[in-house]
Ligand binder design. Structure first.
Ligand code: GLC
Length: 472
């Protein structure tokens, strides 16, 4: 928790007089196929493949124009002997994550599972010979973690005709041949592992008809498996989608929106959505990138996403040996400790009327300049729009009958909140206080004044739970 004290802490004026602070329309959700995602809220994204060998991100083949034959040669030596599915799943579990999404085939075309459609896979093409997806599936089932697969449906730099940039004659071919002989058959193959979700990405040259072909393979294998919007639209297109396009997505069978990489959207027109984030600045393993988000940053971003009604998919990139970078494990674990105490304010929690501006910390120009300088020096916030972390003094999540105030900065004065015209605050206690001792609260009409103790209870984020009844 930062020590910066805020003298003008906050006084939020909420104009909507009819709403309860945890609106019922939000509290009532949750009957769709994707309801589990809304409950789970926090997942682990894993980018892992042959590219991990070069320790320079998952785009390295394309960015440095590695010839297909040369990359294949590297693939034939891929041997992640330290991979242990149970250990990875334990990292996710200790982090408080409820699901995993792993790359089954990224744009480099290499399959991390046993594939009949293409021998270019971890079992048939490498000395390792083990089926990574199967091992993870078994480990996830044991641990009670949901497992889904990322699949790059159109972009493929290895198979002739796959979409994407071309720099080698070996890549030339018919797109439809690629779809029929690799993409659709492999989708059928990964469905045999019984995933809870399929996470498509980079939809080049997709048409609604082709989208329906992919969708029908998923649904024929498992009617409950959920599909993200990147079947049809890139992450950066989602915020701009028109109602008719959203309708069409539903019609095609898409279940949840996947927003732009590393961006927490302002709000979403869909009940089910997810945004993905990197723990450092990279998806695939990058040896040079040690710009890890702190546990506090992880908790703040997760809380922000939940406060807006979404789910948070946080990425790690294991090494070519099969290890998750140590610092990543440490930071995730520290955030996981916080979740053990404060999880009820996150899992299955909802948005509230307290969203946006009122929670954004205002800085002097000098303070902002210092932060910008630091961000530039560390690489945070470079290139990727919206990558740099916002800093919140506090955020709110809720559920029926409860409002959770998450304090990232500790108020030095009584904390005043408006907007309780239709709620009666019946009590208040800290989630971190095992005895649930009452916290001093005063309500006058729609205004609630909270007198907080001098010190926060948790360095990462102290959560105060207000119990709510109806104001007569
Ligand atoms: C971007 C990257 C891709 C990565 C994805 C994760 O689309 O190009 O490599 O898998 O983000 O969301």
């Amino acid at each position: 928790m930062k020590t910066l004290t805020l003298t003008l802490f906050t006084s939020l004026l909420v104009s909507s007089l009819s709403a309860q602070v945890v609106p019922e329309s939000m509290a009532d959700r949750g009957t769709g196929r994707a309801a589990w995602l809304d409950e789970a809220k926090y997942g682990m994204f894993i980018h892992w493949g042959v590219y991990s060998t070069l320790a320079n991100g998952e785009w390295v083949m394309c960015r440095t124009r590695i010839p297909v034959a040369e990359y294949r040669e590297m693939a034939s030596k891929f041997n992640p002997v330290k991979f242990n599915a149970d250990e990875w799943v334990a990292v996710a579990k200790n982090a408080g994550m409820k699901y995993i999404t792993i790359t089954s085939k990224h744009h480099d075309g290499f399959a991390m599972f046993d594939s009949d459609a293409s021998e270019y896979n971890i079992v048939d093409y490498t000395p390792f010979k083990r089926d990574v997806l199967q091992e993870l599936k078994d480990a996830c089932d044991k641990a009670g973690i949901k497992l889904g697969f990322y699949y790059s449906q159109t972009q493929d730099w290895e198979f002739p005709g796959g979409a994407g940039r071309k720099w080698d004659d070996a890549q030339k071919g018919e797109f439809r041949t690629y779809i029929d002989t690799k993409a659709l058959p492999q989708l059928k193959e990964i469905m045999a592992y019984d995933p809870t979700h399929i996470w498509f990405d980079t939809p080049h040259a997709m048409t609604p008809e082709l989208g329906r072909e992919f969708e029908s393979i998923v649904r024929a294998a498992d009617p409950d498996c959920i599909i993200n919007s990147r079947l049809m639209y890139h992450g950066n297109q989602v915020e701009g989608l028109k109602p008719a396009q959203l309708e069409e997505l539903k019609d095609i069978g898409v279940d949840f929106l996947s927003y732009r990489d590393r961006t927490i959207p302002p709000k979403s027109p869909w009940e089910y959505w997810e945004t993905c984030m990197t723990l450092n600045g990279a998806w695939g393993y990058n040896a040079k990138d040690n710009n890890w988000k702190t546990p506090e940053q992880v908790i703040m971003q997760l809380t922000e996403v939940v406060s807006k009604g979404g789910a948070f998919l946080l990425n790690i990139g294991p090494t070519a040996e099969g290890l998750i970078p140590e610092q990543a494990v440490k930071n995730l674990e520290a955030a996981g400790e916080w979740l053990k105490v404060n999880g009820e304010a996150i899992y299955g929690a909802r948005g509230t009327i307290f969203q946006g501006e009122g929670t954004f910390i205002t800085r002097t120009a000098a303070e902002q300049a210092a932060l910008d300088k630091e961000a530039l020096a560390t690489g945070a916030g470079k290139k990727q729009k919206g990558h740099r972390q916002k800093d919140y003094a506090w955020l709110a999540t809720g559920r029926e009958g409860k409002l959770y105030l998450h304090f990232f900065q500790w108020p030095t004065e009584p904390f005043v909140l408006h907007g309780f015209d239709n709620d009666k605050v019946t009590g208040a206690y800290f989630l971190a206080d095992a005895r649930k001792s009452a916290v001093n609260i005063k309500q006058e009409g729609g205004t609630v004044t909270i007198k907080l103790p001098e010190q926060p209870l948790d360095e990462l984020s102290t959560v105060l739970c207000l119990t709510l009844g109806v104001q007569k």
